[in-house]
Design a binder for this molecule. Structure first.
Ligand code: P6P
Length: 339
């Protein structure tokens, strides 16, 4: 009679992303293997982009391509590489019915002979690209919806959705290490790439935003054109007794990741330069808001929760206040009161 080994901790050291997904999704009968396949393809693309980012300077991948994207931003060589790498990793796997990318104006259909799948994948393939040449953290951000149409190529109604319809969200931050942060609605978990074996291992289980951290991230150079109530709040952080510190990388993924791990709030308000805010609702604000709420934080556009918004156009922009729930709530209340 074989003795039964003692129960193992569910998420012991050395838990791979694949094992984590299989163990956490087995209670979701509706989660077909397609979702795990999709995330595995995301991790393949992440490893390829990580390897290229880490030697961008050696591979002639610094700098701009000379062309401009839909956002009116100069496209960096690495942007193009990341965009193509994630598309190629996903389009053939039979798991997505469309891809939406910051780098492309229109919905990206699934090319023949590949079969469209259950999910909508929206991404900023390489956020923070202006930092590529400075070796600062940059990242890929993604949001996942289950399609509403029943078959064939995805339709606009599959992606013009309310943020609450998202079924998963995540990002990969390419920094001192490569870390994939993911939530499927059961908390936020981070997986660190061990490049020596090419595997993502669970490194942070159930991340919770630290409510007590008084750290803010914003581009203060633009604060002179912000709403006066926000300028008053920003001025209040200068009181030594208030105990605030400021951290700003200028790369949304890097700034968000620091706040997720250490606590803090990120602000990108409307300004004269970006009257509707600079960040994009679908593939930046939606996924990070999903993660922030799953980690016990909050995300608003200054009026209400980002996740209550419904997307009206693929690349629409939004103001974003995201991080510690108390601070985001305080700022949103300030901006909602009539002066
Ligand atoms: P600013 C990077 O270009 C980006 O889209 C985000 O990653 C970042 O948070 C923001 O722009 C920085 O904008 O106006 O402060 O340079």
């Amino acid at each position: 009679m074989l003795s039964i080994p003692p129960a193992r901790p569910q998420f012991e050291e050395g838990t791979t992303l694949d094992r984590f997904l299989l163990e956490t999704l087995r209670d979701h009968p509706e989660a077909t293997g397609h979702f795990v396949t999709m995330i595995n393809q995301v991790t393949l693309a992440a490893k390829l982009v990580s390897a290229r980012v880490n030697r961008a300077g050696l591979a002639g991948m610094f700098g701009a391509t000379g062309s401009m994207n839909i956002q009116g931003e100069y496209v960096q060589k690495m942007d193009v590489y990341a965009n193509e790498t994630f598309k190629r990793a996903l389009e053939h796997a039979g798991v997505v019915c469309m891809i939406v990318s910051e780098e492309e104006e229109d919905i990206i259909p699934i090319p023949a002979p590949f079969i469209p799948g259950h999910y909508v994948f929206a991404m900023d393939p390489l956020d923070g690209s202006s930092n590529i040449d400075t070796n600062a953290s940059i990242g890929t951000i993604f949001a996942v919806f289950r399609r509403q149409s029943t078959r064939g190529q995805g339709e606009p109604r599959d992606v013009l959705r309310c943020g609450r319809d998202m079924i998963a969200a995540g990002y990969i931050v390419y920094g001192a290490g490569t870390v994939l942060v993911l939530s499927t609605g059961q908390g936020v978990h981070a997986f660190t790439l061990d490049p020596s074996v090419g595997e993502f291992f669970l490194s942070h289980h159930d991340i919770r935003l630290k409510p007590e951290t008084r750290s803010y991230s914003c581009n203060e150079a633009y604060s002179g054109t912000w709403d006066e109530r926000l300028q008053t709040w920003l001025a209040s952080t200068k009181d030594p007794a208030a105990g605030w510190s400021a951290r700003y990388i200028g790369s949304l993924v890097g700034d968000f990741h620091r706040n997720l791990v250490k606590g803090g709030v990120f602000l990108y308000p409307p300004s004269k330069k970006s009257p509707s805010g600079k960040l994009r609702l679908l593939y930046e604000a939606f996924p990070l808001a999903f993660l922030a709420e799953q980690a016990g934080g909050a995300a608003t556009d200054g009026h209400g929760p980002i996740l209550d918004r419904t997307l009206a156009s693929l690349h629409e922009r939004t103001p974003l206040y995201i991080g510690n729930r108390a601070t985001v709530t305080e700022i949103t209340r300030l901006l909602s009161t009539t002066t």
